[in-house]
Design a binder for this molecule. Structure first.
Ligand code: SF4
Length: 77
């Protein structure tokens, strides 16, 4: 019984790992635009790239970079 539960938990964990995808909110190019009043992508994406990202999410974006605050601060100093 315990073995079956462990196997199920392992399977659940695998599924969860597969579904975790990067999204624009964690990307360093996703910034607040005061004129627009919302967060927008600062990369110049062409129409095909925008359609692909809207359909499949940021996981399909070739420009995605994880926003790491510590790295950004290090570059500024
Ligand atoms: S570069 Fe790609 S992942 Fe980053 S904000 Fe723009 S569309 Fe989203």
């Amino acid at each position: 019984m315990a073995v079956m539960r462990l196997a199920k938990e392992k399977e659940k964990k695998k599924k969860k790992e597969k579904t975790i995808r990067p999204d624009c909110e964690t990307c360093q190019y996703f910034d607040f635009d005061e004129e627009y009043g919302d967060y927008v992508c600062n990369m110049m994406l062409d129409e095909d790239e925008m359609v692909r990202i809207m359909e499949h999410g940021a996981a399909e974006c070739p420009y995605y970079r994880f926003y790491d605050e510590y790295t950004m601060v290090r570059k500024q100093n």
